[in-house]
Design a protein around this ligand. Structure first.
Ligand code: GRF
Length: 190
């Protein structure tokens, strides 16, 4: 039986698209019940609409109001897992506590290195030869939750931030789909 997921996205939604494609190609046995955004212009909403996944826009800047509406949308959708994919808001401790070990996120670095914003740029500027991406549970901190899986991405001599970003996104799309499939198979349980 497919696992029911809600995807929260604030931007482009390329990770969402990777999930949509993987479901269509039977590489991911999951049901995307709703895509929720806090940004009216998020392209992720268009990607969802294009394949008839229900969407919700919750624009309130007030965290309590935002999360009440979020909780209500999630309840109505029947989603069992909350998948953050480029979602730029920080969820409160109360919200995280109410959905413990049911919220996952992807971050473009090998956490705990380069947490927070612009992780790819941070790694680039630090001059490291390797970075990567991390799928983790969301806890009360920012990018601090238990790590589920990571993929390494080498930074090559001829790389620019742009070429690195492109390879990072590719790695993210593969990693996120793999982890979500493991969740769906029940092989990741906390
Ligand atoms: C990704 O790099 C993800 O790791 C980070 O936000 C970005 C979202 O990209 N959390 P997209 O909207 O899925 O294209």
């Amino acid at each position: 039986m497919s696992v029911k997921m809600a995807v929260l996205a604030s931007g482009n939604g390329s990770n969402l698209q990777a999930m949509i494609d993987a479901i269509r190609e039977h590489r991911l046995d999951a049901e995307l019940r709703i895509v929720i955004s806090d940004q009216p212009k998020a392209y992720a909403l268009e990607r969802a609409k294009a394949v008839k996944i229900p969407t919700a826009l919750i624009a309130s800047k007030e965290r309590e109001v935002f999360e009440q509406e979020l909780a209500s949308q999630l309840r109505q959708s029947g989603a069992e897992w909350i998948v953050l994919a480029g979602f730029m808001r920080i969820l409160s401790a109360a919200f995280v506590g109410a959905h413990r070990n049911r919220i996952v996120n992807i971050h473009p670095s090998l956490l705990p290195l380069f947490s927070g914003k612009d992780a790819i740029g941070q790694a680039w500027r630090a001059g490291v030869t390797e970075t990567g991406c991390t799928v983790h549970y969301v806890d009360e901190g920012v990018d601090t939750g238990p790590i589920i899986r990571q993929t390494k991405v080498a930074i090559q001599p001829g790389d620019t931030v742009e070429t690195l970003t492109e390879r990072m996104h590719h790695a993210e799309h593969q990693l996120y789909v793999e982890v979500l499939q493991m969740i769906s198979e029940g092989s990741i349980i906390r």
